[in-house]
Ligand binder design. Structure first.
Ligand code: BG6
Length: 503
């Protein structure tokens, strides 16, 4: 393929470290398949999957095929599958062995030459680290030592999954290492929530609708609730979760990212940095958690045995690779304030937990009540609040609640619920998020990825709460699986005369 200048367009190769792992099979390959399906991959593109096991290309392709049958949102169409199949290659390679990177370099050069019909070995590269975090630095070092990061006339991008460090200190050390090898603009820190449809929609809802944006402040909004509740437990990830907990697993990244999009000022443009700068300011404006605020506004929980969908499920402490005395939190509820002119005085309540009664992620914006002078004076009717709910999953869309007269009784005021949401085809960790994110990596658009200073500010916030949690004796387990979480999470809002709203 020739570009306008008549030069051969460089090939693009995506190298996946962790090619036989769960993430690759469940998310990355289905995403690539669906990008092929939607004709969104570049023409001379290939994937090199790296794993430690012995496999031929064909054996590996068969594994991918089986995974696609289970996890792809589009059914397998043999023509589309063949297109993907022929550009997937497997390489057995222990990424802790530095000599393997020379071999990888040679493989990429040969493949690149083949993809561009023998015209040069230089290619655009995406290094996707779909491995456990303890391997991040080793791999980046291997890439550095073998000169795999520097390309003269093409680009090299690094994609890194969470967790990005386990606290501010380790995150800074990791970031320093990455920056020795890749410039910030080529580092794509994945937060898959940012690839979800309704998370991308937050800015559109706010900045394309005068009816919302003109009311979007402490003057009109009573409180904002961000909830990510899961029915699933930790499953086979006990070992990882023990050193993570809900604060590191969900709050430091997904929830803080959502909060920053909900609370940010309008950016000066839609440029990546303009948006990220406004998001950063929100995280930096979160009120400091003093000892008093920590004591009053933080609730940690851990699930005990319980019933989900009619079946008894084990307590967290009974899960595989979890200590029987574990003090890891599987639930967090927080009240926080964003102390700037727009939000001072309007509380944000956030909540996330595993093994909850329902799986639901949503953002509830509760508007302030009107004076009870006309319609609600007699107290016969309760004034239901205006609510705007951004439904992330399993339903995707928007819900709005407002008051009208009841046509039947001619006198009652009733709340009308306008639900413009629909059930998502893939309730749960949607592969669509990865499709969008991989597509953006290919295009070089890092808007939906976290910039280092956002990660840094999130860790500063999360570290204080994690440190506090570590010192407390929470008397776990304090909620049964299949329930709505610890009682204290309800008391947190009841104290303010509010309640969690599940719409
Ligand atoms: C991941 C967490 O980042 O997000 C998991 O590590 C969690 O513990 C998952 O289950 C939730 O993602 P989703 O897309 O299913 O809501």
């Amino acid at each position: 393929m020739k570009t306008n200048s008549g030069l051969q367009k460089p090939a693009t190769i995506m190298v996946i470290f962790g090619g036989t792992g769960d993430l690759t099979h469940r998310k990355l390959m289905p995403a690539l398949y669906n990008l092929v399906y939607d004709k969104l991959l570049p023409e001379n593109f290939a994937v090199v999957s790296i794993g430690r096991r012995d496999k031929t290309d064909d054996q590996y392709r068969n594994d991918v095929y089986e995974a696609l049958k289970k996890y792809s949102r589009n059914k397998i169409d043999e023509t589309q599958w063949n297109k993907l199949k022929n550009i997937i290659f497997y390489m057995k390679f222990d990424f802790t062995d530095m000599s393997g990177y020379e071999q990888l370099k040679k493989t990429l050069e040969d493949l690149s030459s083949k993809l561009s019909n023998g015209c040069g070995g230089s290619c655009n590269r995406i290094y996707y680290l779909a491995v456990a975090p303890e391997h991040f630095e080793t791999i980046v070092q291997g890439i550095q030592l073998s000169g795999l990061a520097s390309n003269h006339d093409s680009w090299a991008r690094l994609v890194i999954e969470k967790p990005f460090g386990k606290d501010l200190k380790t995150a800074m050390a990791l970031n320093k290492k990455l920056l020795e090898v890749f410039p910030e603009k080529n580092i794509y820190r994945i937060d898959h929530y940012l690839g979800k449809e309704m998370i991308q929609n937050i800015m559109v809802l706010r900045f394309c609708n005068s009816v919302f944006e003109s009311l979007w402040s402490n003057k009109f909004i009573d409180n904002i609730q961000i909830s990510i509740c899961e029915k699933a437990g930790v499953g086979t990830r006990g070992e990882y979760y023990e050193s993570s907990g809900a604060m590191r697993d969900m709050v430091q990244n997904h929830i803080i990212q959502i909060l920053s999009l909900v609370a940010m000022e309008p950016p000066v443009s839609l440029d990546t940095d303009a948006i990220r700068t406004e998001k950063l300011k929100v995280i930096q404006a979160i009120e400091d958690f003093t000892p008093d605020i920590l004591r009053d506004n933080v609730v940690f929980g851990q699930y005990g045995r319980g019933i989900i969908d009619g079946e008894t499920v084990p307590a967290y402490r009974e899960e595989k690779k979890v200590s029987p005395n574990s003090t890891t939190e599987t639930f967090v509820a927080l009240k926080l304030h964003v102390n700037n002119f727009r939000w001072a005085g309007t509380p944000f309540y956030i909540r996330t937990g595993k093994r909850m009664a329902i799986a639901s992620s949503e953002i509830v914006i509760q508007f302030k009540p009107l004076p009870d002078i006309l319609y609600f004076k007699d107290r016969l009717h309760l004034q239901e609040p205006n609510l705007l709910v951004i439904k992330i999953q399993p339903n995707v869309g928007v819900f709005f609640q407002f008051n009208t007269r009841n046509f039947n009784s001619h006198k009652d005021i009733v709340s009308t619920k306008m639900d413009a949401s629909q059930i998502n085809r893939d309730a749960g960790n949607t592969p669509e998020a990865y499709e969008r994110l991989i597509y953006d990596i290919l295009r070089g658009d890092s808007t939906l990825f976290s910039r280092w200073d956002e990660v840094e500010a999130s860790w500063k916030f999360a570290d204080r709460i994690i440190e506090y949690g570590g010192k407390m004796n929470f008397n776990f387990p304090n909620y049964d699986a299949g329930t709505t979480g610890p009682v204290k999470a309800f008391e947190l809002l009841a104290r303010d005369g509010r309640k969690w709203l599940n719409i």
